[in-house]
Design a protein around this ligand. Structure first.
Ligand SMILES: [Cu+2]
Length: 472
């Protein structure tokens, strides 16, 4: 959790200062690596930020320590606040112990800077560093995370602590009215491969291994083991929420309070609906305002009891209130993107592309594979080819029993249909495509270069659910 009031921002300042100190200490290593990797410009610009990926021991509750890797010794990594349009230089030192790469999720930037090897960004070898430079856009809540392959190793890439918030601030001032800003990332820990057949009766007999988790956090530590988020009656709190889990969605509620959704995936929504439950699939973000008008001590947590018992929650404490944090099960309302969109139909596409997603079951003890239109990465390429300036309607058909957060790199898309409900105006970079369902998204080809499209479940991506959109 990074919490601070708008003016003071004391805790953020501390994070930034620590990041700078790490940067100074690492400058000589970085300089050497940059020289070794020829393409650095003659006068390499000073980095604005330095991220060092290295092993870390995270105590998420007394006696519960997670050994993982993270950025600059913290999880989440340092909050990066970048200014729209102001070039940013970020030096990344890879002391993870394995080849690694950082992806800037939700930003518009050249493929070579995007941090996905599939698009041509370089992997960072063990012990070396790499400098990313780009001009941050668009404004909003973005994030950064490892984009390495993990395959069967549940300590790597998005299974690790390698993630952090990245906020692109508008060039001119900050809109919105709130008294306090709180950043919370949802996260599962201690994953292991399990046969679903061992957990419950009557599973598909041919299903392969799935990742199950033993602990979870919303913020830095497990529910009940972190400092409470302290608020005052009458405050308007802006929560920036992110599901940084490698493979599972989360539904969040704060009993006695409601969420007014300002933005999804960092992009302002056309309709600012107020809801009781927020559902965030992997990689999705929500910026919400909560009116603090119900004094008490509350659990802000997962609506799933097992998930909350594993630690997925944070305590909200009003000034002068004491006692055990209270949880009340919220009404079970279906989550719907349509609430935040316009009902008017979207613009007509220039072309339509059909993408069907299916599982090849791995069998008991094996690993499931994934296909798009019958093929797995890299045989999916090119997924389809676009012409700059055109609008492509992607008709997504999830012919599997799993929900998939499908993600486009370097582009946002417009959600135009979910099931039978048409809509417009909702811009996202990740869409939760519910099991056995269809949806349509409009991809506007406005940034030439290879563009990675994949499921954001680490295991699904690693096992073939990916393809490249290419420009002619
Ligand atoms: Cu998936």
């Amino acid at each position: 959790m990074v919490a601070h009031d708008r003016q003071g921002s004391r805790r953020t300042t501390e994070v930034t200062r620590r990041a700078l100190m790490v940067g100074a200490g690492a400058a000589s290593i970085a300089g050497r690596a940059a020289l070794a990797q020829a393409p650095a410009p003659v006068s390499a610009p000073q980095p604005d930020h330095t991220l060092r990926i290295a092993p870390i021991s995270l105590e998420i509750a007394p006696g519960k320590t997670i050994k993982t890797t993270g950025y600059n010794g913290t999880v989440p990594g340092p909050l990066l606040r970048l200014r729209e349009g102001k070039p940013a230089v970020i030096n990344v030192i890879n002391d993870a112990g394995y080849p690694d790469i950082v992806h800037w999720h939700g930003l518009y930037l050249p493929a070579i800077q995007d941090g996905a090897t599939e698009e041509g960004s370089p992997i960072i070898p063990v012990g070396q560093s790499h400098t990313y430079s780009f001009t941050p856009k668009p404004t909003g809540t973005r994030w950064y995370h490892s984009h390495a392959m993990a395959m069967r190793d549940l300590s790597r890439s998005t299974y690790s602590g390698e993630f952090g918030f990245l906020i692109v601030e508008p060039a001119a001032g900050e809109p919105g009215h709130y008294d306090r800003e709180v950043l919370l990332a949802a996260r599962r820990w201690e994953g292991s491969w399990v046969s679903i057949q061992d957990l419950r009766k009557g599973p598909p007999p041919d299903n392969g291994l799935e990742v199950m988790y033993a602990s979870a956090t919303l913020g830095q530590r497990m529910l009940g083991h972190d400092e409470p988020i302290r608020v005052r009656r009458g405050e308007r709190v802006l929560f920036r929420l992110l599901n940084a889990s490698a493979t599972m969605d989360v539904s969040l509620a704060l009993p006695g309070h409601r969420f007014t959704v300002l933005a999804l995936d960092g992009n302002p929504v056309p309709t600012q609906a107020t809801v009781d439950i927020l559902k965030l699939d992997v990689a999705e973000r929500a910026d919400v305002i909560v009116e603090m008008d119900n004094p008490g001590v509350w659990v802000f947590g997962s609506t799933d009891d097992m998930d909350r018992n594993m630690g997925m929650g944070a305590v909200i404490e009003y000034a002068d209130e004491k006692g055990e944090p209270q949880w009340l099960g919220p009404p079970k309302l279906p989550w719907s993107y349509a609430k935040f969109a316009r009902t008017a139909p979207a613009a007509e596409p220039d072309e339509t592309v059909h993408l069907t997603f299916e599982k090849i079951p791995g069998g008991r003890g094996g690993y499931n594979r994934w296909t798009i239109n019958g093929k797995s990465w890299p045989d999916t390429n090119p997924l389809f080819t676009v012409q700059e300036g055109k609008r492509y309607r992607l008709v997504l058909n999830n012919n599997s029993g799993d929900t998939h957060p499908v993600h486009t790199h370097r582009h946002t898309f417009e959600v135009t249909k979910v099931g039978n409900t048409s809509m417009s105006g909702l811009m996202k970079d990740t869409l939760s495509l519910v099991r056995r369902s269809t949806a349509e998204i409009d991809f506007i080809a406005n940034d030439p270069g290879p563009t990675f499209f994949h499921c954001h479940h680490q295991d699904h991506m690693d096992e073939g659910f990916a393809g490249l959109i290419t420009y002619t």
